[in-house]
Design a protein around this ligand. Structure first.
Ligand code: TIU
Length: 236
């Protein structure tokens, strides 16, 4: 096994890239573009754009190195049978989950708003996990996929920092995965929640995981390079 050191808070972490994935959380039009779920909740969706460049850079680096990529999307069945009753009942009726918006029905699978933004679109071979909740492990087969491939470290990015990224990292940490969050590749509608959310992950000696940057992860991946590609050729 070959381990690469990633600079991170609260301390550098040694990662075996052959047992790691890049997990991109909910970079969907519904959260990042006007007229979707994020906007319906009263948010300024432009605040999430800052994560797009770093996510794109990490996607390119992962693909070049043969590091597996998994995408997630939050959303519900068209009949909303998988939504807890209280979830679609929040907010004014015309802005609720399932209501018709400019990008189709809000937070509903198969609608244009549910898609991942074109800049970060998955390519063939990259699994997309459709999740009904904030966490990527709740009622999905993500854990099964990770265990089937012997994954021990999740490199995590996406939106929003304190909601779906945080929930997923907490779920993953309790299941024994080591999470390295790429702070600059995450974003929130509330910059102060983003900052505190990242601090909460690394506080208390890394209570939920590690916080690093896209550049630091890419540097470690580049140093690891060919070994990763060879190890990954037949995985995931
Ligand atoms: N509202 C908010 O900040 N986030 C969500 O509802 N879902 C995700 O974080 N993906």
């Amino acid at each position: 096994m070959r381990r690469s050191r990633i600079s991170a808070e609260p301390f550098a972490i040694e990662v075996d890239f052959a047992r790691a994935v890049f997990l991109v959380i909910d970079m969907q039009r519904d959260f990042l573009e006007p007229g979707g779920f994020g906007a319906a909740l009263g948010n300024d969706v432009s605040l999430l754009r800052r994560a797009v460049g770093p996510c794109g850079a990490m996607l390119a680096g992962a693909r070049a190195a043969g590091l597996p990529v998994i995408h997630t999307r939050e959303g519900h069945r068209p009949d909303l049978a998988d939504a807890p009753p209280a979830k679609p009942l929040r907010g004014p009726p015309e802005k609720r989950i399932g209501a018709k918006g400019p990008m189709g029905r809000i937070l509903v699978r198969g609608e244009p708003g549910h898609d991942i933004i074109p800049e970060l679109a998955p390519i063939p071979g990259e699994p997309v996990i459709d999740k009904p909740g904030k966490g990527a492990f709740f009622q999905t087969d993500l854990d099964l996929m990770l265990r089937n491939h012997g994954i021990e470290t999740l490199l995590v990015a996406g939106v929003t920092t304190e909601v779906c990224v945080h929930t997923t990292v907490r779920e993953a940490n309790d299941r024994g995965y080591r999470c390295v969050v790429l702070g600059d590749a995450c974003a929130s509608y509330f910059p102060e929640f983003h900052a505190v959310g990242l601090r909460m992950i690394a506080a208390q000696g890394g209570i939920f995981g590690w916080v690093s940057t896209t550049d630091a992860v890419l540097a470690a991946l580049a140093a690891d390079g060919p070994a990763t590609k060879a190890a990954k050729e037949h995985a995931l």
